[in-house]
Design a binder for this molecule. Structure first.
Ligand SMILES: [Zn+2]
Length: 82
């Protein structure tokens, strides 16, 4: 399998702030950093599966679509260090 470059910043504006999804769990977007570090999502951990497949990750800064969440999740799963 071809190695894909991990997504560590916004390809549009270069921001490393993180991403958000338009998942409306508790009517708030779900936010996290590019390393899966979650950011200020409040109390929303009733279930382990708080985000479901198919969402798009958007840049927190410029708001443009970056990639699919599934891409990020694969990236996170495949990374044990960092
Ligand atoms: Zn951006």
């Amino acid at each position: 399998m071809a190695k894909r470059k991990p997504i560590t910043c916004c390809p549009h504006c270069g921001s490393k702030e993180g991403i958000f999804t338009k998942t409306t769990y508790h009517r708030v977007p779900w936010r996290c950093g590019f390393n899966k570090e979650e950011q200020d999502n409040g109390e929303m951990y009733d279930n382990t599966e708080m985000i479901t497949g198919g969402e798009i990750a958007y840049c927190q800064v410029c708001g443009k679509a970056i990639c699919r969440m599934s891409t990020l999740r694969k990236q996170w799963e495949g990374t044990n260090d960092g």
